[in-house]
Design a protein around this ligand. Sequence first.
Ligand code: R5P
Length: 307
Amino acid sequence: MNNNLPLIIHLSASKKLALKIAKETGYPLGEAESYTFYDGEEMVKPISEVKNKDIILVQSTSFPASKHLMEVLIFVDALRKNQARKITLVTPYFGYARQDRQIHHNDPITASLVARLIESCGVNDVIFCDIHTLNTPKFFHIPTYNIEMTSLFKEAFLKEIEDNNYSLNDVMIFSPDHGSEFRGLELAKSLGVSFGEIYKIRPKVDETRIKDIEGSPKDKIVFIVDDIVDTGSTLIEAVEALKDLGAKAIYVGFTHAVMKERNYQRLLKNNIKKIYFTDTIELSFHHDETSVLSVASLIARKIKEIK
Ligand code: R5P
């Protein structure tokens, strides 16, 4: 085996994805061990020899976000103390990215705090997938790479269009809120179809109300794209509204399945033709009703590109 190859190491949130990335890159897997003390304190360290090695650390800071983030910080600190060379953090889902600006008086900007923590423990560069907004990369002073999922959704949606003999003239991409406009618009452009946008307000954290809709979904095959589904309320309200306005069929695609099982079940009840999401977050429940698109080859390509 070539000893100069980077080691891929995963922590507790991203085992399956790390295995796929190792396969795609051809890089060897390293090992880590972890332990949670009775009071919730984390201990995590490499088992493999890391001295003078480049390390690709794979860990989404998904549920439970703070535990998974602490694992990253402790592990990177251990890598540095044990003289690892270059440390690339692959955090396909970057938790805390939704706290990237002050919306209400006295709000924290936690995404910037997390960026500082990650940098200060010794990470050299960071790769994320469909980061919530482009504010977060700006909080870092080390190189960051955001992999957009447009190509993945484009391929899946095109197959759906072909398999069902839909005409591109009848297809529309909708973004379920203003924050996702750039994603939806890019996808619509790359497919050569029209684009519509929903404007929402959020009276409560788990509640969404639609304010306005731009573009008519009447008799259209609609694909809704978003980065995150958490409570599912954004998507469910969007689906309802577009159906009421005469959409013929609705498909949804989102990158990060932050949702808990009960919210996934809520989503299934909404007469959506097919649900696509990616494997940036490893779910602990069965989700056979949906199509999971893997981000592994896009991440592997980026790792090789920045090596
Ligand atoms: C919001 O800005 C995001 O793009 C998602 O729309 C949002 O995080 C989804 O959350 P939920 O599923 O709780 O409505």
